[in-house]
Design a protein around this ligand. Structure first.
Ligand code: AVJ
Length: 322
């Protein structure tokens, strides 16, 4: 999912199956506690806010991951191999993968994103800059389905999943997803993935509750997006951004908390929220190097190599399909 860190995604992705988003949002709002899936962060404004988050001092993952890729480019190229097929999961604007072209020298680049239209625009620009790399954009919700078209070469596949996007899955969902990637690896295939590491809760909570309030705006904007999709009447000012590290579950949780008693209406239903009641909007799981390597192992990957920053804030792993 977002990549989500993924990179920003346009709102047209929600037009694909009319009614599906309304049904999902309404079902989540009827639950106790209520929930809204983090995929609804990424309307046009939400995508811009996420880009802004990535520039914040407090939000270290993007900056640290970029530095790890730059500092360890040669070793990453040795581990992943050059001249393979680079499959970019949640490619968005393709910028992260493009910055690895010089390192990995892919024989084929396959950006995968839920929004095919957005992808085609990004790939047009990239083709002009890299005329020698064949590019095959694929519009696919890869969290649901990983079946790649037959034009994707089966040899030397490198699945690229940066940004700690895997953190939006529960560990069990992550295991299922990694196992499916393993199944698509083919001969000599592997995975190049970025993971946010467990650290002190102060650093983690600051990364998700920054001083400027950008993450608060990003979280609150999900209500505006819900209003657009569902025709609900959330008043943004009635809600407060909450980010907390749940150490037992090893995850950052984001919630929206009602500042007063409110009743939310949308066509066909309503939901009351008492003061202090919360809507759960995101989990972002944090791993230790050891438990992530174990997870890879249990999903059919081996020969894991990993790189981190000096402060061990973030981890980049390469693993081979075994
Ligand atoms: C895109 C899921 C990797 O969990 O850090 C950033 C999303 N949410 N700030 C993350 C996010 C709040 C991000 N991922």
């Amino acid at each position: 999912m977002p990549r989500s860190q993924s990179l920003p995604k346009p709102e047209d992705r929600f037009g694909a199956a009319p009614g599906a988003a309304q049904t999902e949002l309404a079902a989540g709002l009827r639950q106790t506690p209520a929930r809204i899936s983090p995929k609804y962060f990424y309307n046009a404004l939400g995508s811009k806010l996420f880009e802004a988050i990535c520039l914040l001092d407090e939000y270290y993952p993007t900056r640290v991951e970029t530095a790890i890729f730059a500092d360890h480019a040669a070793a990453i190229a040795r581990a992943a191999g050059q001249g393979g097929t680079l499959i970019d999961l949640g490619a968005g604007n393709c910028a992260k993968a493009a910055s690895l072209f010089a390192t990995l020298k892919p024989q084929q680049y396959v950006p995968v994103d839920i929004s095919a239209e957005f992808l085609h625009g990004a790939v047009e620009k990239l083709r002009a800059a890299h005329p020698n790399i064949p590019m095959l954009p694929v519009g696919l919700d890869f969290a649901e389905n990983l079946k790649l078209p037959p034009q994707v070469k089966s040899r030397g596949r490198i699945f690229f999943y940066p940004g700690s996007s895997i953190g939006n899955f529960t560990p069990l969902q992550a295991a299922h997803f990694l196992t499916r990637i393993r199944g698509e690896c083919g001969p000599d295939g592997g995975l190049l993935i970025g993971i946010d590491l467990v650290k002190d809760s102060k650093t983690l909570e600051a990364a998700y509750d920054d001083a400027l309030g950008v993450t608060a705006a990003f979280n609150l904007n999900i209500l505006a997006h819900a209003n657009q999709i569902l025709g609900s009447n959330f008043q943004i000012r009635d809600w407060r951004h909450i980010a907390l590290f749940n150490a037992d579950q090893s995850r950052i949780e984001m919630h929206l908390e009602a500042r007063r008693d409110v009743t939310i209406n949308w066509p066909g239903a309503e939901r009351r929220f008492a003061t202090g009641e919360r809507i759960h909007t995101e989990n972002s799981y944090k791993y230790t190097k050891r438990n992530f390597v174990e997870l890879l192992d249990s999903c059919g990957f081996g020969s894991v190599q990993s790189w981190t920053d000096n402060a061990q804030n973030f981890l980049v792993c390469h693993a081979r399909a075994v």
